[in-house]
Design a protein around this ligand. Structure first.
Ligand SMILES: NC(=O)c1ccc[n+]([C@@H]2O[C@H](COP(=O)([O-])OP(=O)(O)OC[C@H]3O[C@@H](n4cnc5c(N)ncnc54)[C@H](O)[C@@H]3O)[C@@H](O)[C@H]2O)c1
Length: 343
């Protein structure tokens, strides 16, 4: 690599983009070379906060900048494909936020562009860098709970979907935006591929979307079998209002393990009358702060040391494949098989 520090350009300076920008700004081996956002005011605000001198309204201009070695793509998902393919052709290494893209076909094109141009392509599955999840993986590998039987993962978010997210044809629904992480976690812990999925979904909390977007769901349950015979279950929800909820359970032949809890921290208050009060986790930003930092650090290490990313384009593509199958199962009311024979 020509530059001593990896020069990183963040494309999309919104919620996820600024988490990456703040993380990169703290890494010794990297520097934030530029921010890109079509919202020029937002971009300037981000630059001011981090003392970054360069900003662009159009990512194509940034890709011509020789001082940029790598990009982190954190725009809305529908733009990931075009930006990643252009970045690869410009010779920039890429960390692309999840969901990788809108379809398996797009993912395959992104992988091909990265391979042909010999750049790294990492996907933003930051739970793979979370200390709790990593510790759980070690426990499973050591055989402490025997053979894995069932992996259950849930993610529920507090906020109301943005208007474009109501259109499942445009957003791929909560299975994509919310549950991509759970899908990747199931592949990671089963070390296998989804063989078949069945899913049910409904809109329970967003009545304002019912007439215009009858396909929109704010609650989904997905059950799966894996090629190696293991079982999986994913539970997803948006607009739950009570907090941010991300938990994992792995059931084995000799025991069980749990990762995560709804309560934030270890303080519980019990007053006269006996009621115990604890706060719920408020945001993914707080819950996974360590994981985002470790994810960006690992990406820089791949670029500098020319090693393979932990979460690859293939992992991103397989998650999108399960999203497509899950949405098909919901729409057609039947199990969907993914060409991986269950044992
Ligand atoms: N890994 C995670 O846990 C995690 C968390 C949140 C979001 N995400 C993903 O990150 C992506 C962004 O989500 P978000 O919540 O940060 O959205 P956001 O709306 O907060 O930010 C997106 C930003 O992209 C900008 N943008 C739109 N079009 C653009 C263009 N053509 N060029 C440059 N910038 C453009 C918008 O102005 C906005 O500032 C999504 O794919 C989302 O699924 C991942």
């Amino acid at each position: 690599m020509k530059n001593e520090q990896v020069g990183v350009c963040i494309i999309g300076a919104g919620r996820a983009g600024m988490i990456h920008a703040r993380a990169v700004a703290q890494l010794a081996g990297a520097r934030v070379a530029a921010l890109v956002d079509s919202d020029v005011g937002l971009c300037r605000e981000g630059c001011r906060e981090l003392g970054v001198g360069l900003s662009y309204g159009d990512y194509r201009e940034a890709l011509e900048d020789a001082g940029i070695d790598a990009v982190i793509v954190a725009t809305p998902t529908r733009l990931h494909h075009d930006i990643v393919v252009s970045a690869a052709r410009a010779g920039k290494h890429i960390l692309c936020e999840k969901p990788m893209a809108m379809s398996v076909v797009q993912c395959a094109e992104m992988i091909r562009a990265a391979e042909e141009n010999r750049v790294k392509l990492q996907i933003g599955f930051m739970r793979r860098f979370d200390r709790g999840f990593q510790q759980a993986k070690e426990v499973v590998q050591q055989g402490d709970i025997g053979e894995v039987v069932l992996v259950k993962s849930l993610t529920r978010g507090p906020s109301l979907p943005k208007r474009w997210q109501y259109d499942v044809g445009v957003s791929n629904g909560p299975l994509a935006e919310v549950n991509s992480h759970d899908i990747d976690t199931l592949r990671w812990f089963t070390e296998s591929e989804f063989a078949h999925v069945y899913a049910i979904a409904g809109n329970y909390r967003c009545p304002e979307a019912r007439a215009e977007f009858p396909d929109f769901y704010d609650n989904v349950s997905l059950v799966a079998s894996f090629a190696n015979g293991m079982q999986g279950f994913i539970d997803g929800a948006v607009s739950v209002k009570y907090g941010y909820d991300a938990r994992l359970e792995v059931l084995g032949t000799e025991g069980i393990l749990f990762v995560g809890q709804l309560a934030d921290g270890s303080v519980a208050v019990c007053r006269r009358g006996g009621e115990i009060v604890q706060s719920a986790v408020a945001s993914w930003r707080d819950l996974f702060a360590q994981a985002y930092m470790a994810e960006d650090e690992a990406f820089m290490a791949c670029v500098r040391d020319d090693t393979e990313p932990v979460a690859t384009g293939y992992d991103g593509m397989m998650a999108v494949k399960v999203v497509e199958a899950g949405n098909q199962a919901i729409q057609e009311g039947r199990p969907v098989y993914l060409n991986y024979e269950a044992r």
